[in-house]
Design a protein around this ligand. Structure first.
Ligand code: ZN
Length: 169
């Protein structure tokens, strides 16, 4: 199974499972970290933006919009980030349609391709000399390349989902 662009799942992350935010963005899933005040806001954003709520809070499961089926939630069972990402990717069948290097890890906005020449003055010289592929976030202007932190995160993800999918670089 794979998703069309329109039914590709989107998420809103409760603060009690905040570490899932960057991992889901790394997999290319549109993910918002909830910074509002209360559960009502959380559920309303999920409804308005068609996002699945990820939380450890059982009370959210009892909200009317959730029990009525208008908002989907996943009740995350574990405190452990590795078990969390395994549960979410399995329940939502996410590993069949990952898109690494498409979303900014910090704010979730789309990344666009940059040529090596375009980033010459904006990345450290040793990076420019050794890296060929770059992407930029138009929101925060971060430039990513396929070294250092991306490698660290992708290899961590690989270890989490080993046996389910091969190389995700
Ligand atoms: Zn950004």
């Amino acid at each position: 199974m794979s998703f069309s662009e329109n039914d590709r799942p989107k998420f809103i992350i409760d603060e009690n499972v905040g570490k899932l935010t960057k991992l889901l963005r790394l997999l290319g899933y549109d993910t918002t970290f909830f910074i509002g005040e209360n559960d009502t806001q959380l559920v309303n954003i999920a409804l308005d933006e068609n996002r699945t709520i990820l939380t450890r809070d059982t009370h959210i499961q009892e909200r009317r919009l959730v029990t009525g089926g208008r908002v989907r939630t996943i009740l995350v069972k574990s405190d452990n980030i590795e078990e969390q990402i395994q549960q979410v990717t399995a329940e939502m069948d996410l590993l069949n349609c990952i898109k690494p290097f498409t979303l900014c890890l910090e704010d979730g906005q789309p990344l666009i391709q940059r040529t090596k020449e375009e980033v010459q003055d904006r990345v450290p010289p040793y990076v420019w000399q050794t890296q060929q592929e770059y992407v930029e976030c138009l929101q925060c202007r971060r430039i990513y390349w396929k070294g250092t932190h991306w490698k660290a995160m992708t290899s961590r993800l690989e270890s989490l989902i080993v046996g389910k999918r091969g190389d995700i670089k």
